[in-house]
Design a protein around this ligand. Structure first.
Ligand code: AQP
Length: 340
């Protein structure tokens, strides 16, 4: 007799299909950790298309981006044999649990989310929807629905994750321990925030200015141009000093994360050299790191049958977990005639 393997702890995360290509911030801040966590966790990863509706994409655009985002997860190394990969809207419990959590979330509590404040001030009052306001509650539902112990995200999601933790704790205090699992963030400090190449004070973002972003599916010429025209700082010496030289620090962070070399070793190698040297070499590093990624993404997109099969299987596995957890939580609220 072989001993039964212990169940592995669960990880959950998602990325919105809000662009044709993910960017280097999404990769280094989140996806890279997703792939590594597969070694030790039971991972559930989602293309969170319901979240993407908060920015009003056209139906054709959304459909295309959902497929492209799933293909990029696979190309980055999400392994469907080990992890659940699915599309959020194909599991109806996400919307159902959101409603239950809405009824536990204070209006003021949701209104304090800085990402909502930033996005709503950019969009203007007329374009802001209740959906955008409710985004963090939907995110809490995503996480709690899988009893996730850990959630790998970038720094920008820390506050949203704190709300998920608060809501899980509230469920437990109202209905008893074990109603929900309180999730922990996994935020890798070094790459928690990759900055815009033209504005090193702002995070690299899908909705940022194109010249400040490196898209994972960009062609080599565009990548090289973006890096060579990245804003650097006064002076010419290559040193690690994020507060005085945020532009150079951002380039060093990217270099270090993609080559798995410590920043200090890179700085040491560029003693006496100019920013231009660093940019030329970094352009090469990024182009060569992303080349296989781009090729693998194209293979998945060229075989829609295979992609559909992976997503169908993922949805089925996700539904199995979500239905059980939703049933448990909904019953606590008094929903369902069979409960006590
Ligand atoms: N610049 C970044 N540095 C590190 N991590 C980042 N993430 C996003 N930008 C950076 C992480 O990527 C994951 C996916 O994000 P998302 O698509 O769900 O939403 P987002 O955080 O709003 O990402 P974007 O790309 O910046 O989109 P927009 O422009 O729509 O706001 C998350 O884990 C996030 O932390």
């Amino acid at each position: 007799m072989f001993p039964m393997p212990l169940p592995r702890p669960r990880a959950f995360s998602g990325i919105q299909p809000t662009a044709d290509s993910l960017h280097l911030g999404n990769y280094l801040g989140a996806l890279k950790q997703w792939v590594e966590l597969q070694e030790d966790y039971d991972c559930v990863y989602s293309v969170v298309d319901l979240h993407a509706l908060t920015v009003g994409p056209s139906p054709a655009e959304l459909r295309q981006r959902v497929r492209a985002t799933a293909a990029q997860f696979l190309a980055a190394g999400v392994d469907p044999a080990r992890s659940v990969l699915f599309i959020q809207s194909e599991v109806s419990e996400h919307a159902q649990l959101t409603w239950l959590l809405n009824c536990l979330t204070g209006f003021g509590e949701a209104g304090r989310m800085t990402q909502f404040k930033d996005k709503s001030s950019r969009l203007g009052e007329k374009a802001v929807t209740v959906g955008l306001f409710d985004y963090p509650v939907l995110m809490a539902a995503d996480i709690l629905l899988y009893d996730a112990q850990v959630v790998p995200v970038g720094e920008d999601q820390r506050q949203h994750l704190e709300l998920s933790r608060t809501l899980a704790a509230r469920l437990n205090s109202r209905f008893g321990p074990g109603t929900a699992v309180v999730p922990e963030p996994v935020i890798v400090k070094a790459t928690a925030k990759i900055f815009d190449l033209q504005d090193p004070g702002a995070k690299m973002s899908k909705t940022g200015h194109p010249s400040g972003i490196i898209e994972l599916l960009d062609d080599p010429k565009t990548i090289a141009k973006r890096i060579k025209t990245a804003v650097t700082d006064s002076g010419s010496e290559i040193t690690w000093d994020p507060s005085v030289k945020p532009g150079v620090a951002n380039l060093l962070t990217i270099y270090s994360a993609l080559t798995d070399q410590p920043v200090e070793a890179i700085v040491q190698r560029y003693q006496g050299k100019l920013y231009g040297h660093l940019k030329v070499d970094l352009a090469e590093v990024v182009v060569e790191s992303l080349r296989p990624f781009r090729e693998r993404t194209a293979l998945y997109l060229d075989d829609p049958g295979q992609l559909d099969q992976i997503l169908d299987q993922g949805a089925e596995r996700a539904r199995g977990i979500a239905a059980t957890v939703y049933g448990r939580i909904a019953g606590c609220f008094g929903l369902g005639r069979a409960g006590q």
